[in-house]
Design a binder for this molecule. Structure first.
Ligand code: HEC
Length: 94
């Protein structure tokens, strides 16, 4: 599933210039991303997450909400995802 998704994203990006250090819309690597790929994309696309900009408080709310909806994450993993999202998708650094 993970590999399949990467292949899909790869082919989608094939027509796009990859000269930038990080292609626009491509989530930065990190342990948070791995957890998101594992636990957060079964119900919706990762774009549902990475298109958003939120404060750490708002990301914490999202984590509570998604875990209530059925996302399979431990409290430790929630913390890691929350930090990852707050760092990379912060409402304050547009
Ligand atoms: C059990 C299914 C399910 C899983 C697993 C899940 N989500 Fe969601 N998520 C939803 C649904 C349904 C919506 C759309 C609800 C809505 O319109 O607000 C949503 C919407 C969202 C949104 C947009 C809502 C907003 O307030 O901006 C974000 C961000 C999000 N999810 C993040 C995550 C993250 C991060 C994870 C992994 C921890 C995750 N989701 C896992 C079901 C899920």
């Amino acid at each position: 599933m993970f590999v399949l998704r990467l292949a899909v994203v790869g082919s989608m990006l094939a027509g796009v210039s990859l000269q930038a250090e990080q292609a626009p819309g491509e989530p930065p690597a990190g342990p948070g991303l791995e957890l998101i790929q594992r636990s957060c994309v079964s119900c919706h696309d990762i774009y549902m997450i990475t298109s958003k900009r939120k404060t750490p408080e708002q990301w914490a709310e999202v984590m509570d909400l998604m875990s209530a909806r059925g996302a399979e994450v431990t409290p430790e993993e929630m913390q890691i995802i929350e930090e990852y999202l707050s760092r990379n998708y912060s409402a304050s650094k547009h």
